[in-house]
Design a protein around this ligand. Structure first.
Ligand SMILES: Nc1ncnc2c1ncn2[C@@H]1O[C@H](COP(=O)(O)OP(=O)(O)OP(=O)(O)O)[C@@H](O)[C@H]1O
Length: 456
């Protein structure tokens, strides 16, 4: 395996090169970006290790150049910890990882091995089969730009993050990105669907059990907390957690100590928690279905993830991204979407959000026969929705009267705001009832209240 080291500090360069050679790698080292790029044009490498501070182009500019000519080649950036923003930018530009100075050789070796395992050999890369599923689209939308800023700010901390958003908006993707941008990125990211944790099994799933603890416990088992030790535990659909399990979870978070089922021995765990919900947990605490203390423990930092229909300005970028992914997976040549399809996408309300868009595009790429994606490759449900919308034009805003069956998903932003205000007023600011009347879930209502700065 060949590694290109680009660093202008001769002592550091020598040290890293010697260490990696001892680990069995073939090393070529250069002291500038220009030198590094020359090497890449002459020879094949499996990985580039680049310092940020270089005498000509800086590390970020170097990553850009490498990614434009050798897309699948993993690059690891070396920065000072004080340069955390640069490190974050490097990930956005496609770096596999960043390592901070002073470099711990074992940590470096681990990251290099992970990068190589993920990207495969030069031959595999040249087949362009690898999909970088960790790529994160920030988009143009003001709200999602702000969201990205918050993601990068909270990532390096140990704060618990609570994400609120509809299904398919990208909550797990954000959780993985936070983990990747954190200092825990060399330890595991473990995800659990809380709705699937039954009262009977939750203790054993979260904290593990010892052999003989209950009927069927034939061997000792590690729980999710232990598996995520040193890393991040992602609690998806946390609102579905049975009440009894919430108590167990709170204790584990507060004390950082767990006990396996059937054993009294205390085990210390170091886990960062990220939770996600598509419910309004605030109301759930009022209704006593979610513990208030757990809610506040998880909600040290809140992120609101908008539904796709509220970030349609990002739709084109997501389309391109998902087309690229689908084409790599299905071994097809990238193709654009027709203007007609684009118009349909722009007026659709996307109840399944990014997941729905990704699936529709994947299907369309598979079915496409010509040189672009046309309406023939769209699912019938989407086309029917479009036809219905065309057949029933919207009533002018001043004619609108709130009706129980009104669905706000079909209205413009001005109309939407008015409808939400009317619904809130009608139901005396009871958000559950207002959301029901508007046929949206409570997390969307909360998001919209914030979006339109509605006073309630
Ligand atoms: N910012 C993004 N950039 C690129 N892809 C994204 C982004 N956000 C989401 N995706 C992709 O969209 C799909 C849906 O995202 P994800 O599974 O994270 O949604 P979710 O909100 O966690 O859904 P659920 O609540 O149903 O679990 C995934 O395939 C994910 O990779």
């Amino acid at each position: 395996m060949r590694i290109l080291v680009v660093d202008d500090d001769p002592a550091f360069n020598q040290l890293v090169s010697n260490y990696l050679q001892r680990q069995g790698f073939m090393i070529t080292s250069r002291h500038s970006s220009k030198g590094g790029l020359e090497e890449l044009s002459k020879d094949k490498f499996d990985l580039v290790l680049a310092d940020y501070k270089l005498p000509d182009l800086d590390g970020l500019a170097l990553i850009k150049k490498i990614k434009s000519s050798y897309a699948g080649l993993p690059v690891i950036l070396i920065t000072n910890y004080a340069d955390i923003r640069i490190a974050v930018d490097s990930i956005k530009l496609g770096a596999y990882e960043f390592v901070t100075k002073p470099v711990n050789p074992d940590e470096l070796l681990k990251v290099i091995k992970q990068a190589m395992a993920k990207s495969g050999t030069q031959e595999e890369r040249s087949l362009q089969k690898s999909i970088d599923s960790s790529e994160y689209i920030i988009g143009q939308n003001t709200h999602t730009n702000q969201l990205w800023k918050h993601v990068t700010m909270v990532a390096p901390t140990k704060m618990c993050v609570l994400m609120i958003g509809e299904s398919g908006t990208g909550k797990e993707h954000i959780a993985r990105t936070i983990h990747k941008l954190s200092r825990r990125n060399n330890s595991p990211f473990v995800a659990v669907d809380c709705g699937a944790l039954s009262v009977d099994l939750a203790g054993s799933e979260l904290f593990g059990h010892v052999k003989g603890a209950f009927t069927g416990a034939h061997i000792d088992k590690k729980g999710l907390f232990e598996e995520a030790h040193g890393g991040t535990l992602f609690l998806d659909e946390v609102g579905n957690l049975p009440y009894e399990v919430q108590v167990l979870l709170l204790r584990a978070i507060q004390e950082g100590i767990i006990k396996k089922v059937g054993n009294n021995q205390e085990i210390k765990v170091d886990v960062r928690l990220i939770a996600a919900t598509n419910e309004d947990l605030d109301s759930a605490t009022e209704e006593n279905t979610f513990r208030n203390d757990l809610y506040h423990r998880l909600n040290e930092f809140e992120l609101n993830v908008p539904p796709l229909k509220d970030r349609l300005d990002d739709l084109d970028e997501f389309c391109q991204f998902f087309i690229k992914q689908a084409c790599i997976e299905l071994e097809k040549t990238p193709l654009p979407i027709s203007t007609e399809v684009r118009d349909i996408f722009q007026t659709y309300h996307w109840p399944g959000n990014l997941r729905e868009l990704k699936n529709i595009i994947r299907r369309a790429v598979l079915l496409a026969t010509g040189d672009q994606i046309t309406i023939e490759s769209l699912p019938t449900g989407l086309m029917e929705d479009h036809r219905k919308k065309q057949a029933t034009p919207l009533a002018p805003a001043n004619d609108l009267v709130l009706q129980e069956e009104l669905n706000i998903k079909n209205h413009s932003q001005v109309q939407e705001k008015q409808l939400i205000e009317n619904a809130l007023e009608k139901y005396k600011y009871n958000k559950t009832k207002a959301a029901n009347a508007l046929s949206i879930d409570r997390s969307t209502l909360y998001y919209k209240i914030k979006q339109y700065s509605i006073d309630c």
